[in-house]
Design a protein. Structure first.
Length: 422
């Protein structure tokens, strides 16, 4: 066979190398038949005595897929049951790996399957999928907080595995051991320097890691555990709001905190940004640079995940605060995705992309249900009790007005200031 013919045949069949094994929600299957539908949605308007219809375009039609797939093997029953569970028992979209079109987020529809004695060890499925997209309407969800927390647990595990993949200690512990000890010691020092006791009290937990940092799994798990503890402590301390009593009405009210509501966690999402870069192209320099990047990634990732979980559970006083938190968290998540990409950690990069959507949806859902800060002007100075009655027809909100405007004496409120939308 001539070389040109071999080359031509290779080009005709090279597409087979691009095919991917099929799966849905991680459950693998085999397939050799897949069909789809799409196109445009149109309404054809016809008019009396006019032979040219007017075609109104309503946008792209819903893209649907129908896959004929099968599971086979001695353990086919377990895989069969897992695939049935993946289709039936989840309300949210899942990832479909389409052999021809790659990865996509889809919602499963109708499903049928069959098996027989003649074809033992084999079950064939017909499954319909609809390609999903972000909801164009206001964000909604049955349990946005639960979704963030469950997603946080998943991505935390992926981040730990990524650190163990990037770390060099298991290969050459003596070479980079002192560097690891130094980086963890700096983290413990940063915790100790914070005034927030919820975080400073965990410094000893980090410092203990410097004694035995040669075990990557133990190190990564301990860092995760410390940040989980910190998040729980900050949440329990209710750092975002303090219940107080109005000195005039005697009514309790919520004081929006003016400072860092994360108790210092947000600062650790950029931990290591000030570390001097390790330059050089020698094997020693390259190893040190990689180890430093791995530790920084581990700390930043766990801080970002903890921050997202904390923000999702806090009771925000007004929409502006939740929106500001969402903007800061978005910056942190995007930075982590970029870092994962630069380190070649593909699984972690994809996980950050998915986590980003879940966290942003939860915070925006929260913000939509909250009042916004707006301005008032009443032309004169009144006590907070009177002003609350004027603005809200509710004197019990006097303390809220005093705190929003940072007044020292609630008997003398500014004639123009801030209030929450009714």
């Amino acid at each position: 066979m001539s070389g040109s013919l071999v080359s031509a045949l290779g080009q005709l069949t090279s597409w087979r190398g691009d095919l991917q094994p099929g799966s849905f929600r991680g459950v693998p299957f085999f397939t050799d038949v897949a069909a789809g539908s799409g196109g445009r949605r149109q309404v054809v308007h016809e008019f009396p005595n006019y032979h040219q219809p007017y075609v109104e375009d309503l946008g792209r039609a819903t893209r649907r897929f129908s896959i004929t797939c099968f599971v086979v093997g001695n353990d086919y029953m377990a895989i069969r049951d897992a695939l049935i569970d993946a289709v039936e028992n989840f309300a949210e979209p899942g990832e479909l790996v389409h052999p021809w079109m790659g990865r996509m987020s889809v919602c499963p529809g109708q499903m049928s399957y069959r098996e027989s004695k003649e074809l033992g060890g084999y079950c064939q499925f017909e499954i319909e999928f609809t390609k999903s997209a972000p909801n164009p309407a206001p964000f909604s969800g049955d349990d946005p907080i639960g979704q963030v927390l469950s997603s946080a647990r998943i991505i935390a595990g992926i981040a730990l595995a990524a650190y163990e993949q990037a770390s060099l200690i298991i290969n050459d512990p003596l070479f980079v051991l002192s560097q690891q000890e130094g980086l963890l010691g700096q983290l413990a020092g940063a915790f100790s320097a914070l005034s927030n006791v919820s975080i400073a009290g965990c410094a000893g937990d980090i410092a203990a890691l410097t004694a035995t940092p040669s075990n990557d799994a133990a190190t990564s798990s301990a860092v995760q555990a410390v940040f989980t503890t910190i998040g729980a402590n900050v949440l329990a301390a209710n750092t975002i709001s303090i219940t107080s009593t109005d000195p005039i009405t005697g009514q309790p009210f919520i004081v929006p905190v003016r400072n860092d509501v994360s108790g210092g966690i947000a600062g650790f999402t950029t931990y290591g940004a000030g570390l001097p870069a390790i330059t050089g192209t020698t094997p020693a320099a390259l190893a040190q640079a990689q180890q430093q990047q791995a530790v920084v990634m581990l700390i930043q990732a766990q801080a970002t995940i903890t921050l997202a979980a904390l923000y999702a559970q806090l009771d925000w006083p007004y929409a502006d605060a939740a929106d500001q938190a969402a903007a800061g968290l978005l910056t942190a998540i995007d930075a982590q995705a970029d870092l994962a990409a630069s380190m070649g950690l593909a699984d972690l990069y994809r996980a950050w992309g998915a986590f980003r959507g879940v966290a942003m949806s939860a915070l925006r859902t929260e913000a939509q249900a909250l009042p916004s800060r707006t301005s008032y002007s009443v032309g004169d100075s009144f006590p907070s009790l009177v002003l609350a009655n004027i603005l809200y027809a509710d004197p019990s909100r006097a303390g809220e007005l005093a705190d929003l405007n940072y007044v020292a004496d609630p008997f003398f409120m500014p004639s123009a200031g801030l209030m929450l939308s009714p």
